[in-house]
Design a protein around this ligand. Structure first.
Ligand code: HEM
Length: 392
């Protein structure tokens, strides 16, 4: 692998030659410079250049999500991601209002006190695994809270989540073990039935009882996608943010007590370390990317990771910038399928980082811990982040 390679046609790279585990900035640079269409190992053809990725995200007709999920063959009905407009548009119209900052603000007090309770307990200990003890449990508590489900079900939900993600990533086969999916289905279905009968003050009740709201099946489908799309992604983003802060005392000092800077830091981290590094689409007509023709029917990955690292003027800074400038990124995707949960994700990250810096102002990586990100992977994330700090 060389950064200078400018071949014509699809370029093949080896996973082993990319420093993706330790330095995503350099790895994406190598990928981008290798060519407009790159295949890493056995992966799908990766569309690497920002202008191509942005064009593809905006054109759902030429770049179909529905066909992509058909090829991937997930046995689960993934509402709304596995649909194209116009079907997709109807789902988004129903869902969007419930995920707006205003709608979510109603949950804020509860989500704040839960973040505080988890972090308070960690602050007393003097050390923790920020992934296992915070970044994993918090997003699932958020899901349970939003849907008005008992927090005691957290561990069950987490076990189902892992099994359902494995299932969604694999093409379906007669051997697929659907036990966890069926259990999660039964669990959610029961609550959907209960809230249909007697609504409460939660998102699930609102979705079911809104004018033109979701039917029972759609509500169950959305719960599945929430579990698939809204838990590991936030876990990953919390992990990257706390890692970056653990190794950078100056950054911590700048963020402490400064809500505006925390907001900027969150955007920069999603730009630099997007938990979803690429998204699948099927190219529906022959299409040329910088001289490389991709034939109709090809399943490709649009590379958000590389697209986020450049703008029209060139390569963007490799470290988070807190200069008040907005650096456009596609970490939440773009176009019709732009992340439905982006406001919720930002809210979760803000609550975690604000409470963390207030309770644990200084912290570092545990001695001997090597922050290597497991790679290859579909979601980029640390599975463990041992931190140490003076106990309170
Ligand atoms: C930092 C956290 C998150 C990241 C980085 C992220 C990233 C993304 C990306 C890149 C897409 C576009 C997929 C595509 O174009 O194929 C997406 C879609 C989606 N995300 Fe997120 N996401 C996050 C959090 C969440 C949360 C908390 C939820 C909870 C509701 C959520 C729900 C969804 C849904 C439902 C879609 C599909 C939207 C559609 O197809 O119209 N995400 N997300």
């Amino acid at each position: 692998v060389t950064a200078e390679a400018q071949p014509r046609g699809i370029v093949e790279l080896d996973h082993a030659g990319l420093p993706m585990d330790v330095d995503r900035g350099r790895a994406w640079e190598i990928v981008r410079k290798a060519g407009p269409v790159v295949r890493i190992g056995e992966g799908l053809p990766l569309i690497t250049r920002r202008e191509d990725v942005v064009e593809a995200l905006r054109d759902s007709e030429l770049f179909s999500s529905k066909e992509a999920f058909e090829v991937l063959g997930s046995p689960l009905p993934l509402v709304p991601i596995a649909f194209d407009p116009p079907e997709h548009t109807r789902y988004r119209k129903v869902l969007q209002p419930f995920f707006s900052p205003r709608a979510l603000s109603r949950m804020m007090p509860s989500l704040q006190s839960q973040a505080l309770a988890l972090i308070d307990e960690l602050a007393e200990r003097g050390s923790c695994d920020a992934v296992a003890d915070l970044a994993v449990p918090y997003p699932s508590q958020v899901f349970l809270t939003l849907f008005g489900l008992p927090l005691d079900d957290r561990e069950r939900l987490l076990a189902w989540k892992d099994a359902v993600i494995d299932l969604a990533m694999e093409p379906s086969s007669p051997d697929s073990d659907l036990t966890a999916a069926m259990e999660l289905f039964g669990y959610v279905n029961e609550f959907v039935g209960a809230r249909r009968q007697s609504p409460r003050d939660d998102l699930l009740s609102d979705l079911l009882h809104a004018e033109d709201g979701l039917n029972d099946q759609e509500a169950v489908g959305l719960s599945f996608l929430f579990v698939l799309a809204g838990l590991d992604t936030v876990t990953a983003a919390i992990g990257f943010a706390l890692w970056k802060l653990a190794v950078n005392p100056e950054l911590r000092a700048r963020l402490r007590g400064d809500g505006e800077k925390i907001g900027e830091f969150i955007e920069e981290m999603i730009r630099l370390e997007p938990p979803v590094p690429y998204v699948p689409r099927v190219v529906t007509r022959d299409h040329e990317f910088g001289g490389v023709t991709v034939p109709a029917g090809t399943l490709v990955h649009l590379c958000l990771g590389s697209a986020n690292r450049e703008d029209a003027e060139g390569v963007l800074p490799l470290e988070p910038q807190l200069d008040g400038e907005t650096r456009r990124h596609w970490g939440f995707g773009g176009g019709a399928h732009r992340c439905l949960g982006s406001h919720l994700a930002r809210m979760e990250l803000r609550l975690v980082l604000t409470n963390w810096l207030a309770k644990i102002p200084d912290f570092e990586l545990a001695q001997g811990f090597d922050p290597r990100m497991p790679y290859p992977a579909n979601t980029f994330q640390f599975f463990s982040l041992p931190l140490v700090y003076p106990p309170r």
